[in-house]
Design a protein around this ligand. Sequence first.
Ligand code: TRP
Length: 344
Amino acid sequence: MGLGHRADEACAVLADLLGPQGDLDRGRAPVWRSDISDDHTPVEYSVAFEEDGSHTLRLLVEAGAAEPGRRANLDAAEAALDRLATRYPLALDKLDAVRGLFLPEDPQGLFAMWFSLVLRRSGPPMVKVYLNPQVRGAAQAERLVGAGLDRLGFAGSMDWVRAHTPRQGGGLDRFSFFALDLEDTPAARVKLYQSHHGATAADARFAAGGTAAADPHRLTRFATDLGGDGPFRGRPLVSSHTFLASDAARPRGYSLYVPIRDYVPDDGVALVRTRAALARCGVDTAALDRAVEAVATRPLVDGVGLIAHVSLRMGPPRPGVTVYLSAEAHGVAPPVRGTAAGAA
Ligand code: TRP
């Protein structure tokens, strides 16, 4: 990805975040069933392709304790964040403002705090934290998200979010992540993610609706080209809304994440579809091929899930396409032959 000169630094930070789980050999069973990826590898790659031809490499990471557990991993994440903050100039004010909501004594759910490291050609990595709206149980998720947006200066935006939730009340649309850029710039974002279970592309259009930058036609095309006509009854479509400091009550950007791995027979097909989606956005696909080749340790047709999600980003700060690549350190899902997924 043209970031070779940053590799030593990135590996050092990654090893620090991973803790003892980073010492496991490939192919060994995971010590913690991290939800970062299907085989529980606690790190996932993503490459964000920008419309101007540049790209960025990111690592999504779950910090691990020596004796992993929900509380222990949160403690490990907090300690790792302290170390990161001595290394890089992180802005922690937003996280501090919502800590009392999202980081309880007794976290529930699949995780409490994940990190994203954004590696750039120059300058230190940008750090993002992902918090879990389900961390106090599903019944509290909406309250946490609303209070979180309020505390960060987006008072009133919860009404907007509610009005753009495609299927209210049925539990099909669930808040899945609340993410913060730990950066003290006007471009620092708050991102709110919702998972749409059993949804159609029309539901995604509804969720995007009103975000000035979201083009309904492109959204539909993106979802169907990557995942078929839907409804998406495997892993859910995911929406994210981007809130920027400059405008309070409504989001400015929208992204749609398609969990392509549940809608293709194997990664060979996934790569062909992903290439086509990139090309349609005017993005050069050679960098995608290099990224896949760097990560894959097997023929693409021998498994499914190396390409986990593909997302379309619309609106500020940077429109483009992002491809999420699994590390597959603990295992590979076999290809799916002759079923609905294969035919999708
Ligand atoms: N593995 C989880 C999932 O697929 C969480 C996750 C990791 C995720 N990367 C993601 C979710 C990208 C949406 C988009 O749900």
